[in-house]
Ligand binder design. Structure first.
Ligand code: SF4
Length: 750
């Protein structure tokens, strides 16, 4: 009902109906809301979408339009002062716009001239490495493949993407230990698991249909253990909107056990569970661990076991905030289970030890052979709808040489082998004027990234910024000396090219590659598809490239897929297989006990956690999304699942911590983060809300609190910003008397 109300505020009944009837159906639109997979064809519900997916697809299908008059009426400096919500509400972009040097206004520019301008700037750089080509996970496989091809043919591997800020730690940890940076489970595995550990994720808001899958796990007799600093409503009790019992009843209690863990305590938790399993094996040799799996498929067990046995329980209890009994209960449950899956998201990856935590999760699963068999495996849950596919297509600053060699064979040029810049390094490069030109495909770079003040200044340092977008966002208002806004088709729009109607493809969190086909009349006759924009820009920039058929790529997306089938592993007969209902599943070698590591076996690792030294008077802040939000875009100032209304500048704190810090519920404070660089970062005017957060922790909304995350505070190895581990203190400020505006329906007790 919430979704329908929102949809009808945005667009017509007809457009709403067209979208909702086709979203996540076999021949329809892939929901851009997140990367959660659909059930197999034949098992799909007629309404195979969640509230958030419906809101998002109809937000894109809005009938509101931004015309050239809008840009005449609103100078860029004014747009920069508007909220994310206001910018999004203005509607779809309808024609290319340019900001000239020194101007405070966007003015119209045709696509032809825009490409000439951008191509001339690209050709004028001293080095291709002065350009950055950013991608958000909304880009289709076809557009992503062409973008990386263009960037490499132009001469750079500077392909930062949103994955750098979310699951890079998963890719690094899984790649090192299992040889592939993707999840190994299917929906069937989740359904038949005896135990699913859901760690550092909030499916009710970020991947809602995951809850339907966990409901099925429960129905089949499985147990769900939720691990989170906040008791997320969907995981605690879920009401399935696709069922009458879900709408009318009390819903299903999803989590059998809830571990109210401190932020960044996950590595200590898994190390402690592993120590308990080793201890149990010592007490009952041959009855706890799966030595057939360990001996046949892994290396490094002895060193790992020595290391894990030395874990300090006082450090574990301090790092996790849990009791030993709670952790023993998990170990007992795992010992009683034959099939275990671990799912995780940003709560695990966006911390200093994100990669080490993923490695320790792998250790945990390998101890009892919980890999490769039905009902077992690793499940990093992706947020952006095609973020996994974009990486498969080559959007990565350090693609393996085998991929670059395949590109060379297909297109007869030598791609650069020097690694490019990821998102954090791109900001540093713009800040230091080593990068001068930024091209962003989808996304909202300045809001999705850490250290907002630094990032915004870095963006303003650029000679030229260009954004290929469907709707207005802050990255258009915080721009370079010259700036371009190039409007493009959305997922829900019909895509007609010279050879007729086209579809694109995506890869979901469980490696299923399938079609997505928009149905709606585009927002304006001036829009180009992302594929067309890349092809035309490439032709203008690179000139004649006889071996790269940009024109054919643009007119017929089958030609792109044919090229992909010759370059990207496991995409043979792409065009045929993706036309099967539901598409096809990419193989994960882990499920055949093949490990693409140096030793050819899965790798046990030794990981060490720190006892976090939180400065006195500080809490560990995690940034999070509200329920009425899609990525950087809030749809409303509410957070229904957490009981918050009318407030985004709020900070959730445990009542005991509020008292200990000398604060009171609803007090107005500035959040001040402190870090080893000595810089104090400040987010002003946040309302303290008493909430059952884990002791010692606080939680507040992204992107408003990105300003508090230091650019250089990143996860080891993956360079992912540590947005789940920011030390903050609270400075009371003079109240403006708006306390009553924010309401909190959540019971503020543990
Ligand atoms: S779970 Fe994700 S992909 Fe599915 S409908 Fe909801 S937002 Fe869309």
């Amino acid at each position: 009902m919430h979704a329908l109300e929102y949809s009808l505020e945005q667009t017509s009944l007809v457009r709403t109906a067209i979208n909702l009837l086709s979203i996540n159906q076999t021949n329809g639109i892939d929901c851009p809301g997140c990367a959660w997979p659909e059930p197999k064809p034949g098992k799909r519900h007629k309404n195979e979408y969640c509230e958030n997916g419906a809101k998002h697809i109809n937000d894109e299908a809005t009938t509101r339009r931004i015309t050239r008059k809008f840009f005449r009426d609103h100078p860029i400096s004014e747009l920069a002062a508007k909220s994310d919500m206001w910018l999004n509400e203005q509607g779809r972009l309808t024609e290319p716009m340019v900001k000239r040097p020194g101007s405070d206004y966007y003015e119209p520019i045709g696509f032809h001239d825009a490409f000439d301008l951008l191509a001339a700037e690209l050709r004028g750089l001293d080095s291709p490495d002065e350009a950055l080509f950013y991608t958000s996970g909304r880009l289709s496989n076809e557009a992503a493949f062409l973008l990386q091809l263009f960037a490499r043919a132009y001469g750079t591997n500077n392909l930062p993407d949103c994955s750098n800020m979310c699951h890079e730690s998963s890719g690094a940890g899984l790649g090192e230990t299992l040889g592939v940076g993707k999840g190994s489970v299917s929906l069937d595995d989740l359904h038949e698991a005896d135990v699913v550990l859901a760690v550092g994720l909030n499916p009710g808001t970020n991947m809602p249909r995951m809850l339907s899958a966990l409901e099925e796990t429960k129905r089949n007799g499985g147990h769900v253990i939720a691990v989170n600093p906040l008791p997320e409503a969907g995981l605690i009790r879920f009401k399935n909107p696709q069922k009458v019992s879900g709408i009318l009843g009390r819903g299903t209690a999803i989590a059998d056990q809830f571990l109210h863990i401190k932020p960044c305590g996950d590595l200590a938790l898994f190390q402690a569970i592993n120590a308990l399993l080793l201890e149990a094996e010592d007490a009952a040799p041959g009855r706890v661990l799966d030595f057939e799996f360990i001996d046949t498929h892994t290396v490094g067990f002895a060193e790992f076991a020595d290391h894990a046995r030395q874990v300090s329980w006082s450090d574990v209890l301090d790092a996790t905030g849990l009791s030993r009994h709670e952790i023993e209960q998990v170990a007992e449950r795992v010992r009683a289970s034959k099939k275990v899956v671990v799912c995780w998201a940003m709560g695990v990856t966006q911390q200093k030890h994100g990669v080490a935590t993923v490695r320790e999760i792998v250790n945990f699963l390998m101890l009892r052979g919980n890999l490769g068999r039905p009902g077992t495996g690793v499940c990093p849950v992706r947020g952006h709808s095609n973020v996994q596919g974009d990486r498969t297509m080559g959007i990565w600053e350090k693609m393996p040489q085998s991929f670059l060699d395949a590109l060379e064979r297909e297109f007869a040029f030598t791609p650069p082998s020097k690694h490019g810049l990821d998102a954090v390094d791109s900001i540093r490069a713009m800040r230091d004027s080593r990068a001068k030109l930024f091209v962003g495909f989808a996304g909202n770079f300045v809001r999705a990234t850490p250290d907002s003040d630094v990032t915004e200044q870095a963006m303003r340092n650029c000679r030229l910024t260009a954004h290929i977008s469907t709707k207005l966002n802050r990255s258009h208002a915080v721009c370079g000396e010259t700036a371009l806004v190039l409007p493009t088709l959305g997922r829900s729009d019909l895509d007609i090219q010279a050879t007729g109607e086209q579809f694109v493809t995506v890869e979901d969190s469980m490696s299923i590659v399938h079609q997505s086909r928009g149905r709606l009349t585009p927002a304006s006759e001036h829009l180009l598809s992302e594929v067309a924009i890349i092809c035309r820009l490439a032709r203008r920039t690179l000139g004649e490239t006889p071996e790269i058929p940009w024109e054919k790529f643009e007119s017929d997306y089958d030609v792109i897929r044919d090229a992909i089938s010759r370059v990207v592993p496991d995409f043979d007969e792409f065009n045929d297989r993706v036309r099967n209902p539901g598409g096809f599943t990419l193989p994960n070698p882990v499920n055949d006990y093949r490990f693409n590591t140096a030793s050819g076996k899965a790798q046990f690792t030794c990981n060490t956690f720190d006892r976090i030294q939180v400065p006195p008077g500080h809490l560990v802040l995690q940034t999070m999304r509200s329920h009425d939000q899609w990525n950087t875009v809030p749809y409303a100032p509410n957070d229904r699942y957490r009981g918050i209304r009318n407030g985004r500048r709020i900070v959730l704190i445990n009542p005991d911590d509020i008292e200990e810090l000398g604060l009171v519920d609803r007090q107005l404070v500035d959040l001040v983060s402190t870090w080893e660089d000595g810089v104090e970062r400040r987010a002003e005017d946040f309302r303290v809300i008493a909430y059952p957060a884990a002791r010692g922790s606080a939680a507040s909304y992204y992107p408003e609190t990105n300003v508090l995350v230091p650019l250089d505070s990143v996860a080891d190895i993956s360079n992912t910003p540590t947005s789940k581990g920011v030390f903050v203190r609270f400075e009371p400020v003079k109240d403006h008397g708006r306390a009553s505006e924010v309401t909190n329906a959540m019971t503020a007790t543990g």
